[in-house]
Design a protein around this ligand. Structure first.
Ligand SMILES: *Cc1c(COP(=O)(O)O)cnc(C)c1O
Length: 239
């Protein structure tokens, strides 16, 4: 346990140094970027150690794993982000523990989230997940709405009882014109965010960047980076 804590502390320090360096290089204040540690596939004990090391925000991508983990870490006052593809039949469970749902990508999900939030008297922040590799109308394999669908979804979230529109999320595409070009992908997300904020000034969150590309995301104005392996280590393949 102490060994694991030492390992996590060292990894966190490395990630923190990377974020700080990327902020400095792009003239941004370190306080503009929030680190979210993606704890998927790792046990609640690791979440507890991370909390002791100062982590305040964690993310999960599967409700089956996240729900019991969040329940067993209820005393830690963490902010829980849900970042996985979300089936409407999981919405009630996710709304019970998630403070932020980052993977909102279709209208049906907005109405399901709204109904669940009202019923549970919760008010989750919702991010629209943008699929930069999606053709108009189509969704990428990892979820997300095409850029031309953002406006309609954002308006739906903004008008939905129980939901707060926070901003945008993306995962750098593995295919299409942005494959292997995370910096270009995150610049595109920045443009989409500017347009969104013209209509929704409070929707300032830009969640982009993971272990491999967090510097590119910070350079392109990300407010939140989602880092898993660089903090916790390599996941088993199924994660
Ligand atoms: C797993 C995951 C991450 C973290 O990825 P790493 O490469 O482990 O840092 C970030 N965002 C989403 C949506 C994920 O599913």
């Amino acid at each position: 346990m102490e060994d694991r804590k030492t390992e996590l502390a060292a990894n966190l320090a490395t990630v923190e140094a990377r974020i700080a360096a990327a902020c400095a290089a792009s003239g941004r204040d370190r306080g503009e970027v929030t680190l979210i540690v993606v704890t998927k596939t790792y046990p609640a004990d690791d979440v507890r150690l991370l909390r002791e090391l100062g982590v305040r925000q964690v993310a999960e991508n599967r409700d089956q794993d996240a729900a019991p983990k969040a329940a067993s870490c209820k005393d830690l006052s963490l902010i829980w982000h849900f970042v996985g593809q979300l089936q409407t039949n999981k919405v009630r469970s996710v709304v019970s523990y998630a403070d932020v749902v980052q993977s909102v990508d279709r209208l049906k999900l907005v109405s399901a989230l709204s109904a669940a939030a009202v019923r549970a008297e919760r008010e989750p922040v919702c991010l629209i997940q943008v699929a930069l590799d999606a053709e108009s109308g189509a969704r990428g394999s990892r979820g997300g709405v095409a850029p031309d669908g953002v406006e309609e979804l954002a308006a739906a979230v903004a008008g939905a009882p129980g939901l707060r529109l926070g901003g945008l999320m993306t995962v750098a595409p593995l295919a299409g014109e942005y494959a292997g070009r995370p910096a270009a992908a995150f610049e595109r997300l920045r443009d989409i965010s500017s347009r969104l904020r013209a209509d929704h000034p409070a929707a300032t969150m830009v969640s982009a960047g993971m272990s491999a590309d967090l510097e590119d995301a910070v350079t392109a104005g990300a407010t939140h980076v989602r880092v898993g392996t660089a903090v916790l280590g390599d996941r088993p393949r199924l994660g």
